[in-house]
Design a binder for this molecule. Structure first.
Ligand SMILES: NC(=O)c1ccc[n+]([C@@H]2O[C@H](COP(=O)([O-])OP(=O)(O)OC[C@H]3O[C@@H](n4cnc5c(N)ncnc54)[C@H](OP(=O)(O)O)[C@@H]3O)[C@@H](O)[C@H]2O)c1
Length: 313
């Protein structure tokens, strides 16, 4: 088991791709480009080595600027950073997949990404409108493409070397099973909402058995109510181990075998979220057995419509 001082440097092996994924990751779902660049710069400075991006966040260029500045300053090399980005719902048609990754790479100013995910299993009408709606305001889905066809297009990207590993996001266990059983290249990563109020133990068990990394987004519960960070089990452990509630929840995420993505624009929180240390085993057990609230904050898994895309304007 990792000792108190090494937990934050944990890497989880990947079944394919660039070896291993840093368990401690920084998410870039931030609406303002300047704030994105500043937060990403701070995250890299305090030690984060995994960045989670998406074409849907409309700020890959700002993340790219922050990385390039670090590369040019000589403080980081490209292969020090694990970069994930995602294919949006409007690009599921196989012929749109390669151009979509090429556009992400251009914005990120990179030759390859370490991981490319299908952002959600829901295909939307192909085109430049990321949120296509009919006159009643209903999402226009694309029934002309299956998730497996999109997956096979991602497999070809791995063959081309422009992304090292591929995976899924916002999927149920059934969908992961379906793709894993049909795929030539199995998913390496599955990114889903997960925190003590939504531990996803069955999905985690399946992932472990199949060599898939479960990458938890919203590990702090999206900052929404009921607040995971105010849960009495979490706050009492935090007092006992002399850490903040956020550090307790993030340490729990790594120690139970997941990777996580957390986000803040506040330097104080960014640093705090990196500086995690291992919890004693009784605290791990207490969180599993003592936290009784169960809630999903983000409905994206049911519709493909993101619950949390902040608008810049
Ligand atoms: N695949 C998907 O569909 C999907 C969906 C959602 C998110 N994601 C990814 O997951 C990343 C993380 O998601 P998230 O932002 O919801 O995660 P989160 O870390 O659970 O929540 C962030 C919220 O917690 C607050 N916070 C951060 N650090 C804190 C600390 N130490 N103490 C107290 N509060 C703290 C932030 O406040 P401040 O804003 O005040 O700092 C913010 O309101 C995203 O950036 C994105 O990369 C993926």
């Amino acid at each position: 088991m990792a000792t108190a001082d090494t937990l934050r440097y944990t890497k989880i092996p990947l079944t394919h791709g660039s070896g291993a994924i840093p368990a401690v990751g920084f998410g870039t779902l931030i609406s303002d480009p300047l704030a994105t660049k500043q937060a990403t710069t701070t995250a890299l400075e305090v030690g984060f080595r995994h960045l989670d991006c998406a074409e849907r966040y409309r700020n890959e260029d700002a993340v790219g600027d922050a990385m390039q500045a670090a590369f040019k300053a000589g403080t980081l090399r490209r292969d020090d950073v694990f970069v994930t980005t995602k294919l949006w719902n409007t690009n599921h048609r196989p012929e749109r997949v390669k151009p979509a990754l090429a556009a992400s790479l251009r914005r990120l100013q990179l030759d390859y990404v370490d991981c490319y995910l299908i952002h959600t299993p829901f295909a939307f009408r192909p085109g430049d409108e990321q949120d296509p709606r009919d006159e009643l305001g209903q999402v226009i889905y694309d029934r002309g493409v299956t998730l497996l066809e999109t997956w096979q297009a991602l497999e070809r990207l791995v063959d081309d070397g422009r992304c090292k590993a591929i995976g899924l996001s916002d999927v149920t266990l059934e969908k992961v099973r379906e793709i894993a059983s049909a795929a030539r290249i199995k998913p390496a990563v599955v990114e889903v909402e997960s925190h003590p109020y939504l531990p996803e133990w069955s999905l985690l068990d399946f992932c472990r058995e199949n060599g898939i990394v479960l990458l938890a987004f919203a590990p702090l519960g999206h900052g929404m109510s009921p607040k995971v960070l105010d849960d009495p089990v979490i706050t009492s452990i935090a007092r006992r181990v002399n850490k903040t509630p956020a550090q307790v929840v993030l340490a729990w995420a790594v120690q139970r075998g997941t990777a996580f993505l957390t986000t803040s624009t506040k330097p104080r929180y960014i640093q705090e979220n990196f500086e995690i240390s291992a919890l004693p085993e009784d605290a791990m057990r207490e969180i599993r057995e003592g936290v009784t609230t169960n809630i999903r904050f983000n409905a994206v898994v049911g519709t493909g419509v993101p619950g949390f895309i902040p608008r810049a304007n």
